[in-house]
Design a protein around this ligand. Structure first.
Ligand code: ATP
Ligand code: MG
Length: 422
């Protein structure tokens, strides 16, 4: 036998046992975003590398060490997208969607980051995200958060997620804070690890979300960004908190929440869970008013988030909350001369009469016993049996595979009877 070839580490197949759960998650997401009037945008999974460098920032983990970058045959440097926002903005500018307009957009699809694979962290993973352009008030920040809260309710996981909220202010406020933070960190060089020391000069705010417990311990005494906020950002944050209070959405203000990507300002938020171990952030986002201009468009306020779909699916599996719909309701069993064609015909007729039904016809021959075994295996709740006599008489035997009853009916009456069983 030939040697088998395996999938790339950290890039997983979604097997038929898992796809029903994924489809259910995707359908719920589509339903919720539609309920808020958002429109879908689809962009390529590969972009010019400079797009991500410029949008995400050169000194971020994503750009420094996680991107899949390669040269195209004509020498252009391309990268598999590590996130969705940069491409949304690029496409929005290119198509003239952002110029003096409001846009409420969403996307869903695979992202790529070369990270160390572990539970909840993969090299190909999927994000669902929203991006809203052209609205600068806290009302839209609140709406985006309310939409996520509705999703948790739809999935029944509201009690398992917590909203963490912070404001990182304007660029100037962060520049002022940066100075005091760096002088604080300089007094604690003995505690900082190499990563933190490097970040202290390139991107000191990132030290705040260091996972090193010794570093976390000293950060308790660090100056807080909240105390350096500009007045407008402060008012924006208070406005958002008031709207969330009125909507009954609980949150915890986390002064150390800064987010890893450079393009954020003012509102930042994360939904975190304890059900997943260390990969606890299910959804992360915030405001990024500077990005459109930074990528060559006209200055446009923007807010959005991205949700890690593998983490959401893992949560639903761990909590055993979603029961995916069965993939086969009715199994058509046929044996004898001319019965297979009659079975196909009946199944086609029923697919038209009962569009919601999932009907599988037996293929591959074999006796009744073997065919009923298949019906059980695929989880059907009803079987339709066609032997030579049934075909001659224009009838069919309907067997309830759960209750066990069996009735013979005219083929024109089957749909109505089946509808009661599935
Ligand atoms: P983390 O701190 O977990 O690395 P991040 O700050 O890099 O997250 P974002 O860039 O904000 O993550 O992406 C938004 C969401 O996408 C995350 O909250 C997470 O749910 C999911 N996500 C990010 N990276 C991965 C990955 N490698 N595998 C699976 N999901 C991921
Ligand atoms: Mg990361």
């Amino acid at each position: 036998m030939a040697k088998t070839i395996q999938a790339i580490r950290g890039m997983n197949d979604c097997l038929p046992t898992e796809t029903p759960l994924w489809q259910q998650v995707e359908n719920t997401i589509r339903h919720v975003v539609a309920a808020y009037g958002y429109n879908e945008i689809r962009t390529p999974i590969v972009e010019m590398t400079p797009l991500f460098k410029r949008a995400i920032g050169e000194v971020t983990d994503v750009v420094e060490k996680e991107m899949y970058t390669f040269d195209d045959r004509n020498g252009d440097s391309l990268s598999l997208r590590p996130e969705g926002t940069a491409a949304c903005v690029r496409a929005g500018i290119e198509a003239g969607l952002l110029y003096n307009q409001e846009q409420r957009l969403w996307y869903m699809g695979p992202m790529f980051r070369h990270e160390r694979p572990q539970k909840g962290r993969y090299r190909q993973f999927h994000q669902f995200g929203l991006e809203v352009f052209g609205i600068d008030g806290p009302d839209i920040d609140a709406e985006v958060i309310m939409l996520t809260a509705r999703l948790w309710r739809e999935f029944g996981i509201s009690e398992h997620v917590t909203l963490e909220l912070n404001s990182i202010g304007s660029l100037e406020a962060r520049a002022n804070y940066r100075k005091v933070l760096v002088s604080f960190l300089e007094q604690h060089l003995d505690v900082l690890d190499e990563d933190c020391k490097r970040r202290m000069h390139t991107n000191p705010l990132r030290v705040l979300d260091s996972k090193n417990p010794d570093v976390q311990a000293i950060l308790g005494d660090a100056p807080q960004l909240m105390d350096y906020l500009d007045d407008e950002s402060k008012a924006h944050f208070e406005g958002l908190c008031a709207l969330l209070d009125a909507a009954g959405i609980a949150y915890r203000i986390n002064p150390r929440l800064v987010r890893g990507l450079d393009y954020y300002n003012r509102t930042v938020f994360e939904w975190v869970t304890e059900s997943l171990g260390s990969q606890g952030t299910v959804c992360a986002g915030g405001r990024y008013d500077g990005l459109v201009e930074q990528l060559g468009g006209k200055a446009t306020p923007a807010v959005g988030f991205a949700m890690g779909m593998e983490r959401l699916v893992l949560m639903l599996q761990t909590l055993e909350l979603l029961k995916p719909r069965r993939s086969v309701d009715v199994y058509v069993v046929t044996a004898g001369e001319g019965t297979q064609m009659a079975g196909f015909k009946l199944a086609e007729q029923l697919r038209s009469e009962l569009p919601q039904a999932r009907i599988m016809t037996h293929c591959g021959g074999g006796n009744f016993k073997k065919q009923f075994k298949r019906a059980d295996k695929v989880g059907a709740v009803a079987a339709l049996v066609l032997g030579e006599q049934e075909v001659l008489d224009g009838v069919v035997t309907l067997k309830d595979l759960v209750g066990g009853e069996q009735t013979t009916l005219a083929q024109s009456e089957v749909a109505a009877q089946l509808a009661k069983l599935i």
